[in-house]
Ligand binder design. Structure first.
Ligand code: PHE
Length: 376
């Protein structure tokens, strides 16, 4: 915590952040010609469960609340799992358009694109009736709100015009952003999605190395969130984008651990004044990996993310990947067994077998002690 990579000059996350901010500042101005979107990039990642979940209408039995998904400090506080945790507070403060940047924390698998901390940018924009339908000139013939029903395209309080107009505005904003970052020929597609705090909701995917890569979630803000925050006369959209995902794609950075590297051979490649400079990351060393397997019996309450946390805590950034390659239930005793393949590779220097083996034994020992696993 506290590294604030997104604020660190000449860090790839800072470069991409500045590009996105420039896009918003250049294209969106208020009536006084000042930038429309206020930026918040230093809000503490320690938030209440209310901020992270309740304020966003996340149901009390929603899987994202599980202890195995997030980092909890106690029953009241946690490390934010997304920048959406700040939506409601900022709307309450009276803001109509804002960007929130910050580190977010999630317990997850261990591989080249997942890390327990990563960075997001949240964007929220609210509209009055006049603002949303400003292109019409005369807005007296359109209806903003209704007491209707919810279906795939709209919420109960929104008219179809309101919902479609918001959708169009949101998708245009994000499509233009993607073109601004990746060029006019980038291939993208919208996929229907579900979030408790928006409806309808979508994900934007962009083509990368022949595959679709999800880069953001977005949607029309649930009206109930706006009314609880004192903005019931407005409607709005929100998006949350993953900065590492975008930066890995933009600069061809192959492994998410590199963002934490302090090696000048990494950082110097991003030492440019103009964030629009085209940069393609050149790997400065390709070390060979050490691969070790481990298989063990697990207790009934075993959670995979507990094991992944131990691997990251003990192995640090030397662990590249953890793969579950065998899942087995003993036919008689019903005991469960799991086998993982752990790939160790240092990003900056070579790693000896001995060094990797020591870390590996440390991981197994911690698993035995903390999780009650039993090596087979
Ligand atoms: N908070 C969501 C996530 O982290 C992304 C999101 C933000 C979706 C805003 C909709 C609106 O996955």
């Amino acid at each position: 915590m506290g590294k604030n990579l997104h604020c660190k000059h000449n860090h790839p996350l800072n470069l991409i952040t500045r590009r996105i901010e420039n896009y918003f500042n250049n294209n969106y101005r208020n009536n006084w010609r000042a930038p429309m979107f206020s930026k918040f990039d230093r809000i503490s990642p320690v938030v209440t469960l209310t901020q992270n979940f309740d304020s966003l209408l996340v149901p009390s039995d929603h899987p994202s609340r599980a202890l195995s998904e997030s980092y909890y400090l106690n029953s009241e506080y946690m490390l934010r799992a997304h920048t959406s945790a700040h939506q409601s507070d900022l709307i309450k403060q009276g803001l109509d358009a804002f960007l929130v940047l910050g580190d977010v924390y999630r317990r997850d698998t261990v591989d080249a694109s997942h890390y327990p901390v990563f960075h997001q940018m949240e964007g929220v924009r609210l509209f009055s009736k006049q603002e949303l339908f400003s292109h019409l000139g005369d807005t007296s013939r359109v209806t903003f709100f209704e007491n209707g029903s919810r279906d795939a395209t709209k919420q109960e309080r929104h008219t179809i015009e309101t919902s479609l107009c918001l959708e169009e505005n949101l998708k245009n904003t994000l499509r233009n952003l993607a073109n601004n970052l990746f060029g006019d020929d980038v291939e993208m597609q919208w996929v229907d999605a579900y979030f408790p705090f928006t409806h309808p909701s979508w994900e934007l995917e962009i083509k990368y190395q022949g595959e679709w890569l999800e880069v953001l979630g977005c949607g029309i803000v649930e009206q109930e969130i706006l009314s609880s925050a004192g903005a019931d006369s407005r409607v709005g959209w929100a998006f949350g984008l993953g900065l590492e995902r975008l930066a890995m794609r933009l600069y061809s950075i192959p492994d998410i651990r590199l963002f934490w590297s302090e090696d000048s051979r990494f950082l110097d490649q991003f030492n440019v004044e103009d964030p629009n400079t085209k940069i393609t990351y050149k790997p400065f060393s390709k070390q060979s990996p050490v691969i070790n397997d481990v298989s063990f019996w697990v207790p009934d309450d075993f959670s995979e993310n507990d094991f992944y946390d131990i691997v990251r805590n003990i192995g640090g950034d030397i662990v590249e990947n953890v793969e579950l390659f065998d899942n087995f239930v003993h036919p008689k005793t019903k005991r469960k067994s799991k086998a993982y393949r752990i790939t160790y590779r240092h990003m900056e220097r070579s790693l000896t077998k001995r060094e990797a083996n020591e870390i590996h034994s440390g991981i197994v020992a911690a698993g035995v002690q903390q999780l009650g696993i039993q090596e087979r």
